[in-house]
Write a protein that binds this ligand. Structure first.
Ligand code: TXA
Ligand code: MG
Length: 324
């Protein structure tokens, strides 16, 4: 059970062994993936996974992603059509989640699916995540390791800030390389459907799979994954997007060589205009500015180009700016 002592575990064999011991007892252990930190529990253990929902205050109807160490383990859990297999071969391990019907024999606690007919599965690329999965020897259910509705954590300190005293441990692997959650792809129809933009770009997916339906392209497609419907990734401060420069009193979140003229509090997602760098910095910069503003006021955000990772960055910014 979660207790008040949340242990920070080092990125060493000993740290991994301790994490595995906690997980085997039905505990909750946050761990770094290349996207964001996940809050892991044994996906076969109904009680352990129930603990995830409690610790995060996550709505019971929002299903979880199950993490496994390799493609073969994933194919044992879900029934992927041909295009799904191609995506798996091309992008796993990596920041892609595939959603498909669960196989009959798969030993996954029903609570992971939260009533959905399908199961979401991912093979992460971060070496520490793979080491943990292999040492544990089973599937780990893991949503992002933040309180429900908050910005996803990209370092162990972010996890500690929100979940200390609510989970058993955090495996500290430093900063996440990608910094945005995985792309989620569904296979409920002939053409794959993008359920959430993320670390694998739509352009990269389409190069391998041909056309992919993006949210909004087809009206009768559920536009997003269940957990994406409400305001999400929300800092306390308001966001003003696509700003040319900060107004009086606003904090500034820049991109590229643009001016923070007149703002007392400013950060830049990527002074050189790199979308990879901007993605990696996005959540940490939002947290920092929010803290410096005391959780109120406004952050003016420079416009981000709508290409490649820019789609996922703009998606998260729009959610952070949504009324709540
Ligand atoms: O990068 C990531 O995906 C991170 C790392 C830890 O793997 N995980 C993550 O989990 O972002 P979470 O729970 O914060 O977001 C997962 C999203 C939710 O919006 C959830 O509704 C959706 O995936 N999802 C899970 N199972 C699904 C299913 N069967 N069908 C459709 N959407 C699903
Ligand atoms: Mg999340």
């Amino acid at each position: 059970m979660s207790g008040p002592n949340t242990i920070r575990l080092s990125a060493t064999d000993r740290g991994i062994r301790a994490g595995v011991a906690l997980l085997r007892r039905g505990g909750l252990v946050a761990f770094p993936t290349e996207t964001v930190y996940g809050l892991g529990a044994d996906a076969r253990d109904e009680r352990a996974v129930a603990g995830i929902y409690r610790a995060k205050r996550r709505p019971a109807r929002n299903p979880l992603i199950v993490h496994v160490p390799d493609v073969a383990s994933a194919l044992a859990l879900i029934d992927l059509p041909e295009k799904g297999r191609r995506a798996a071969e091309a992008f796993w391990p990596g920041p892609l989640t595939l959603v498909a019907p669960m196989r009959g024999g798969a030993r996954i606690a029903p609570i992971c699916r939260a009533g959905a007919a399908t199961l979401a599965v991912r093979v992460p690329a971060a070496p520490l995540a793979l080491d943990l999965l292999r040492a544990f020897g089973g599937p780990l259910a893991a949503p992002s390791a933040n309180l429900s509705g908050q910005v996803s954590p990209t370092c162990a300190d972010h996890v500690m800030e929100e979940l200390t005293g609510r989970i058993d441990g955090v495996l500290d692997g430093g900063d996440c390389a990608v910094g945005l959650e995985s792309t989620i792809l569904g296979f409920e129809r002939e053409t794959p459907v993008l359920l959430r933009p993320g670390g694998v770009t739509l352009e990269a997916l389409e190069q391998v799979l041909g056309p992919v339906l993006a949210a909004g392209v087809v009206e009768d497609v559920a536009p997003t994954a269940p957990g994406q419907m409400t305001s999400h990734y929300a800092p306390g401060a308001a966001l003003r997007l696509g700003a040319e420069e900060p107004r009086l009193g606003e904090a500034w979140l820049g991109f590229g060589p643009n001016p923070a003229r007149g703002s007392a509090i400013s950060l830049n997602l990527s002074p050189s205009g790199s979308l990879d760098e901007a993605a990696a910095n996005l959540f940490a910069h939002l947290r920092t500015l929010d803290t410096l503003l005391g959780g109120s006021g406004t952050i003016a955000v420079a416009s981000i180009p709508a290409r490649g990772l820019g789609h996922a960055i703009n998606d998260r910014l729009a959610r952070a700016a949504a009324p709540r």
